[in-house]
Each structure stands twice: as structure tokens, then as C-alpha cells.
Design a protein around this ligand. Structure first.
Ligand code: NAI
Ligand code: BUO
Length: 258
């Protein structure tokens, strides 16, 4: 049985790395795509050290449309096909809307929202060429369900990703391409650590107090691990989710209910 092929952007660390390792363990050939070549290479090495697991690393800045299309073309040249594209790469910064730096805002929107747009465009173009359907899964967030204070640009990008995914799901259904999103809450990664570090400074508290404060909002009283999130992407990528499209699934331990 030929391996299914998955591209996961931002899979050099955090949630993306967990998704890459989860799917590699399920028999996918993995394109570990990241702006950081060193971490991408390390995750790729970790996967290839496992029996019967295959990965290759690719350097990409998802904010650059031509780089995203080149990524898809290189992966198809290397593996022969594409079956799943996970738009996971994302960045965040903490600042009030009034104090947000315009260049930081633009960069965040270019990476998170436009990066996801280019990923959908490139993956769908390849899936249409192949004529055998495909799956696209996007990283939204709890902040795509309810805007977070001090994360105005980030929340805007994630609301946009959720809406973009609904539009794509409607447009791509005739080609048997499904498009869904995952909405993590508080996940223990370097990105979340940076959020809590900066928030603690703004609120003149400690990192531990800030972190405990957000965990206290979680019904299950623990932050998520990247693996908690990867399990949901494993489901969305599987045939079990073939009838799900245009949806956005909260993975927040019980913080928001909608
Ligand atoms: N950690 C959390 O609590 C939550 C994370 N998310 C989302 O999940 C996704 C992954 O987040 P984390 O793993 O926490 O982040 P992370 O910062 O730990 O990892 C993100 C990865 O993306 C890469 N990356 C950043 N900009 C890139 C670009 N322009 N092109 C290609 N790669 C790029 C980084 O090098 C890094 O390897 C993001 O979209 C984030 O918004 C959503 C909700 C909660
Ligand atoms: C990073 C992120 O999306 C949250 C909810 O913290």
C-alpha cells in the first residue's frame, strides 16, 4: 500500500512537530516544512530513525506564495503525490491594539492568514491536478471563537482562517477536498510560553502566576500537550472524518463552549 503524503507547515517544533510524528507513526510520508531549517532537519531525523517511517525536510516561509507553491511541487517530485496539507505554521505577539506595531501586525497577518490562504491555494491546485480528492486542515485557535485581549491581530488572523476554511470547504467539495480547522486553547509550546511571558510582564505578575491563571480557566484543569492536538488532526485526516468539512474543532479542555 503506497504511503499517503502529508505536508505540515511549521512542523519544526511544537504542535506541528507532534502532528508530523503522529502521522508518520500512522504510515504517512511526511514533508516537515518550516522556516527554520535546523529544527525541520531534527524532526525529520527523529522520524527517519523510527522503523518504517519516512520524512524529508523543506524550508519555507509560508508568507511567500511562490515558496508555498514551490514546496508543494518539490514534495510531489520527491514523493509522487500529495494527500494532506496541514496549515499549521503561525506566529503571535502580545500587545494592545493601540500599542500594536504596524510591521508586527502586517507580518502576523501575512504568516497566519495569508500563509493559510496560499497553502489552501497550492494544495487545492495539486489535488485538482491529481483528481483524487484531498484534505486540508488549518490551525485556527480558541482565539478564532472569541477574541483575546492583547491578541487583536492574532485573533483577527484566526477568525479569518476559520472563515476562509468555510469558503474553501464550499468551493472544493465538488473535487472531494475537505477543509477543516483545529482550535487549540492553551498548548504547552514555545509559542504559548512567549505569550505567557509577555503577558506576565504587562500585568506585572510572574510567569507561573500568569500560566496558572489561564489553566484555572480550563475545565479539565490542565494545559494541552502538542500530542493532545495531534490526535484530533489524526482523526480529521482519517477516512473517519470524510463527511466533515468546513468545521472548526475546539481542543481547549473546556474553556469555551459554542
Ligand atoms: N500553542 C498554543 O497554545 C496554540 C497554538 N495555536 C496555533 O497552532 C499553530 C502551532 O503553534 P505552536 O506549535 O504553539 O507554535 P510554535 O511557535 O511552537 O511553532 C511554530 C512553528 O512554525 C514555524 N514558523 C513560524 N513562522 C513561519 C513561517 N512564516 N513559515 C514557516 N514556518 C514558520 C516556527 O519556526 C515553528 O517551528 C500556530 O498556528 C498557532 O497559532 C493555536 C492555539 C493555541
Ligand atoms: C496561541 C493561542 O492561540 C492561544 C489561544 O493562546
Amino acid at each position: 500500500m503506497p504511503k499517503k503524503v502529508a505536508i505540515i507547515t511549521g512542523s519544526g517544533r511544537g504542535i506541528g512537530a507532534a502532528i508530523a510524528k503522529q502521522l508518520a507513526g500512522e504510515g504517512y510520508a511526511i514533508a516537515v516544512a518550516d522556516i527554520n531549517p535546523d529544527t525541520a532537519d531534527q524532526v525529520t531525523k527523529d522520524i527517519n530513525q523510527q522503523d518504517d517511517q519516512t520524512a524529508r525536510s523543506y524550508v519555507v516561509d509560508v508568507a511567500e506564495r511562490d515558496e508555498v507553491f514551490r514546496l508543494v511541487n518539490e514534495v510531489v517530485q520527491d514523493f509522487g503525490q500529495l494527500d494532506l496539507f496541514v496549515n499549521n505554521a503561525g506566529i503571535a505577539f502580545i500587545a494592545s491594539i493601540v500599542d500594536s506595531d504596524p510591521e508586527q501586525v502586517q507580518r502576523l497577518l501575512n504568516v497566519n492568514l495569508l500563509g493559510t490562504f496560499w497553502g489552501i491555494q497550492a494544495a487545492a491546485t495539486q489535488f485538482k491536478k491529481q483528481g483524487s480528492g484531498g484534505k486540508i486542515i488549518n490551525a485556527a485557535s480558541l482565539a478564532s471563537v472569541e477574541g483575546s485581549a492583547l491578541q487583536g491581530a492574532y485573533s483577527a488572523s484566526k477568525f479569518g482562517i476559520r472563515g476562509l476554511g468555510q469558503s474553501a470547504a464550499k468551493e472544493l467539495a465538488p473535487d472531494h477536498i475537505t477543509v477543516n480547522a483545529y482550535d487549540p486553547g492553551i498548548v504547552l509550546t514555545p509559542l504559548r510560553d512567549g505569550i505567557d511571558e509577555t503577558t506576565a510582564k504587562i500585568k506585572h505578575t510572574t510567569f507561573d502566576e500568569q500560566r496558572q491563571g489561564v489553566v484555572d480557566e480550563i475545565a479539565l484543569k490542565r494545559a494541552a500537550t502538542p500530542e493532545d492536538v495531534a490526535q484530533v488532526i489524526s482523526f480529521l485526516a482519517s477516512p473517519k472524518a470524510d463527511y466533515i468539512t468546513g468545521q472548526s474543532i475546539l481542543i481547549d479542555g473546556g474553556m469555551r463552549f459554542h
